[in-house]
Design a protein around this ligand. Structure first.
Ligand code: URP
Ligand code: ZN
Ligand code: ZN
Length: 465
């Protein structure tokens, strides 16, 4: 089967040019001007930007908070209509089991035959035994070159202390496994939460009060010290404050191989949302907490200048009525997380490219190219180039619409960007050469997503092989 995409403007992380793309089978085989090939299918992309399919390196289609479970991979068509063709999912290690077993079990039960976009995995440490640290160097063979440890949730099974993080860093470095951390000081949060509740401060806005910027800054710096001591690279997920970003940037300049991402909502949504009446504020309870415009601006600058290198969704589809209301009388019981996989491209374009905060190339870089590289997928994903998977988005910059839960495929009863006027959208999306979105509508099939093995040394840090 062959496909010729003609007359579009290809955007990569480093350039932008007009050319045609020939796809044979599942891959891009030729890129050139005025290609004259009798393809089985010809698509006219005039007026469209031709972008690589997005790689969302931070998704939670499997997250539990008490009895609340998020919407799963049956809603991954939302990724497709949002121009994301690969997601990288965090899978908790099952107690007493290896990461490999935990990931395979989850894949068999909850992903394989269901996912509508391609996928890869990060392991999440919950049971830091000697066996776990011995397993870490073997993970790249399983196609899982990344592990996350949470520093933020005291009392939760997935919370890790400094010793677990340090040992994971030591175990990972020679094997090229990337350690990721959610950096917030769990002890301080615990004290501040208890003080809020004791003072009768139970509303959603106290989520932000009990998770101020400094708890993130402290943990970010601490994690970097651990990485420096272990002489291992580190990836800090969802950096949300100016000061944490500066800690990442300054440590990198000093020579520590530390990198970081931010997320769509930390660039665009403010903490005032947590004060919305009638418990609507609960929709915006995610961790770290939403910040103020000063932080948003610093994060945009960091993307422009390369101090942060990816934008993820941290997609976490808890319902407002069914799940968030568990914390109606106590904000600490509100499940943390917000949906957003469908909106990453539209919001980045509208709030970033249209306003001149980032260039189109930078959008491609943080939306697709660098996330593919960090997670060891860059030989197949995240770029429009010969030999790459034909994961292609035809982006219509003229389209206008309003974001709403009513028209969303996320399967969640609210949208954190509800009412936002969106400029541009993914008009057509191809997954390995197959059209899965047409005129913005999902037309693909359940189960068409494939597991993509990640390769080690995604951060390509200096001083190591
Ligand atoms: O609030 C969030 N981000 N929930 C999902 C889990 C996490 O911390 O990434
Ligand atoms: Zn997190
Ligand atoms: Zn997350």
């Amino acid at each position: 089967m062959s496909l010729l995409i003609k007359n579009g403007t290809i955007v990569t992380a480093v350039d932008e040019y007009q050319a045609d793309i020939l796809v044979e089978g599942e891959q891009i085989t030729t890129i050139g001007k005025n290609l004259d090939y009798k393809a089985a299918e010809i698509v006219d992309a005039k007026g469209m930007y031709v972008l690589p399919g997005g790689v969302d390196q931070h998704t939670h289609f499997s997250f539990k908070y008490g009895d609340a479970v998020v919407r799963g991979f049956e809603t991954s068509n939302a990724a497709a209509v949002g121009g994301t063709t690969t997601c990288i999912e965090f899978i908790n290690q099952l107690t007493g089991k290896s990461i490999t077993e935990s990931v395979r079990k989850f894949e068999q039960e909850k992903v394989s035959g269901i996912a509508m976009v391609d996928y890869s995995f990060h392991g999440v440490v919950t049971d830091p035994t000697d066996e776990l640290f011995e397993e870490i160097p073997t993970l790249p063979k399983q196609g899982i070159p990344t592990i996350k440890l949470f520093m933020a949730y005291k009392g939760a099974c997935y919370h890790s202390d400094d010793s677990a993080i340090f040992r994971a860093l030591q175990a990972s470095k020679d094997a090229g496994v990337t350690i990721m951390v959610h950096a917030e000081n769990a002890d301080l949060i615990d004290v501040l939460q208890k003080q809020c509740l004791a003072a009768g401060k139970t509303a959603p806005m106290y989520h932000a009060v009990s998770r101020p910027p400094l708890v993130e800054v402290e943990a970010t710096q601490r994690a970097i010290y651990l990485a420096e001591l272990a002489e291992a690279p580190l990836y800090v997920v969802h950096v949300t404050t100016k000061e944490s970003m500066e800690v990442v940037r300054n440590s990198y300049i000093k020579g520590v191989p530390v990198y970081g991402e931010t997320c769509t909502h930390y660039l665009t949504l403010g903490k005032e949302n947590l004060s919305k009446p009638d418990f609507e504020g609960a929709k915006y309870v995610c961790s770290p907490a939403l910040r103020t415009p000063e932080h948003h601006e610093a994060l945009w600058e960091a993307l422009r200048k390369g101090w942060l290198n990816a934008v993820s969704s941290d997609h976490c589809g808890f319902d407002w009525k069914e799940h968030k209301h568990m914390g109606f009388d106590d904000f600490t019981q509100i499940p943390n997380g917000a949906p957003g996989i469908e909106n990453r491209l539209g919001v980045l374009w509208t709030a970033g490219v249209e306003t001149g905060k980032i260039s189109r190339q930078k959008l491609v870089d943080v939306f697709a190219t660098t996330p593919a590289k960090i997670n060891g997928l860059s030989d197949r994903k995240g770029h429009i180039g010969v030999g790459y998977d034909a994961d292609i988005v035809l982006f219509d910059p003229k389209w206008r619409g309003t974001i709403s839960a009513k028209t969303s495929l996320q399967g969640v009863d609210y949208n954190a960007y509800e009412g936002m006027e969106q400029s541009g959208r993914a008009d057509k999306v191809f997954l390995r050469g197959k059209l899965i979105v047409d005129e913005g509508k999902f037309i693909g099939q359940k189960g068409q997503g494939q597991f993509i093995k990640g390769k080690p040394f995604g951060l390509c840090y200096e001083g190591l092989k």
